[in-house]
Design a protein around this ligand. Structure first.
Ligand SMILES: NC(=O)c1ccc[n+]([C@@H]2O[C@H](COP(=O)([O-])OP(=O)(O)OC[C@H]3O[C@@H](n4cnc5c(N)ncnc54)[C@H](OP(=O)(O)O)[C@@H]3O)[C@@H](O)[C@H]2O)c1
Length: 303
């Protein structure tokens, strides 16, 4: 009988978790054990300890997070509790059992002022509470578990939950023309593609020598786009697939008042991940197409 690599996943109902479930459905070598916040509340050390003790996984994968960037301004304690303290709890308790942790972080740890892509040696300087709380999580994970991989990803979209692509389609279904900011530039990343990369990464890390591997890596789809360019591609592809489409015009971030400041240009360099593990992301048209095809019909068709 094949011994499967067991991975404890915190944050069962998030879009990346759901994407991982789809991406790993056929995997015979990996066993992902997903826990929602009722079964495993990362903010409670006791809860983390009980589950890790019982399951004794080969890896801990932290996909639990407080991800509403605007709400985090109003509820900073909640954001810090999940993104900072929670990440630290998982790191510390997994370290006790010598279990490696893979922790997901964000491009929002940067201030967005750099003109060229950010690499892992660049200075972090978050401009909002969400970014600060995620940076606190990164720091705790790297301090508390010597076997850690911190993966900074960006601008996730998927067929699950609310995200930029599903929001665009719901607006397009209503036939509204949209104004989308052209001065925020990042790496739109399909959670389905990221999930496949995570599974591949775990295979590579299994039984590996951790001596020089622990650290922070950037892992996102490599093509940088502005939100405006991204939106144009989504509605164009939606039209080609007989879905809703609408007019999209360019706007500036300053035209929209939001509780949280957004860093403007957080393009990530993936060179370190590419050179260490190899990077496999399809062209963005294919990634967007896959997500559009997988979205529930109710979100793609005018009612
Ligand atoms: N979304 C993006 O654009 C983006 C960009 C860069 C990085 N990231 C990072 O990527 C990772 C995955 O993001 P995502 O978009 O999949 O997030 P998501 O859809 O918001 O999912 C986060 C999950 O964490 C769970 N959670 C919240 N508090 C918890 C707690 N105390 N204990 C256990 N679980 C808890 C939530 O549970 P409930 O369902 O019960 O609320 C939710 O299922 C996060 O680390 C995020 O910071 C995301």
């Amino acid at each position: 009988m094949t011994v499967r690599t067991r991975v404890l996943v915190a944050g069962k109902n998030g879009q990346l978790s759901k994407s991982l479930k789809v991406a790993s459905a056929a995997a015979t070598d990996l066993e992902f054990c997903f826990f929602d916040r009722h079964a495993l509340d990362v903010t409670k050390a006791q809860s983390c300890s009980a589950i890790i003790d019982r399951l004794r996984p080969d890896f801990v994968l932290n996909l639990a997070a407080y991800t509403s960037v605007d709400d985090a301004e109003r509820f900073p304690d909640d954001a810090h509790s999940v993104n900072g303290v929670g990440a630290g709890n998982l790191a510390q308790i997994s370290a006790v059992h010598d279990i490696p942790i893979i922790h997901i972080s964000t491009d929002y740890v940067f201030d967005g002022e750099k003109r060229s892509p950010y690499d892992e040696t660049d200075r972090t300087n978050p401009v909002n509470t969400y970014g600060m709380s995620k940076l606190a999580g990164e720091n705790s994970v790297s301090r508390l578990n010597p076997k850690h991989i911190v993966l900074r990803t960006a601008w996730l979209y998927s067929p699950f939950g609310s995200n930029f692509v599903s929001w665009l389609l719901s607006m397009a279904v209503e036939g509204r023309p949209l104004r989308i900011v052209a001065d925020q530039v990042g790496n739109p990343t399909s959670a389905l593609d990221l999930a496949k990369s995570l599974a591949d990464l775990i295979r590579q890390l299994d039984n590996t020598d951790w001596t020089n591997l622990s650290g922070t890596y950037h892992l996102a789809a490599p093509e940088p786009l502005s939100r405006f360019q991204w939106a144009k591609r989504v509605v164009a592809l939606s039209g080609e697939l007989y879905g809703p489409t609408c007019q999209v015009s360019a706007a500036a971030t300053t035209e929209f008042a939001t509780p949280a400041t957004r860093p403007l240009r957080t393009v990530l360099s993936m060179d370190k991940f590419q050179n260490t593990f190899g990077l496999k992301f399809p062209p963005i048209e294919q990634s967007i197409g896959d997500v559009l095809q997988a979205l529930p019909r109710s979100r793609k068709v005018a009612q």
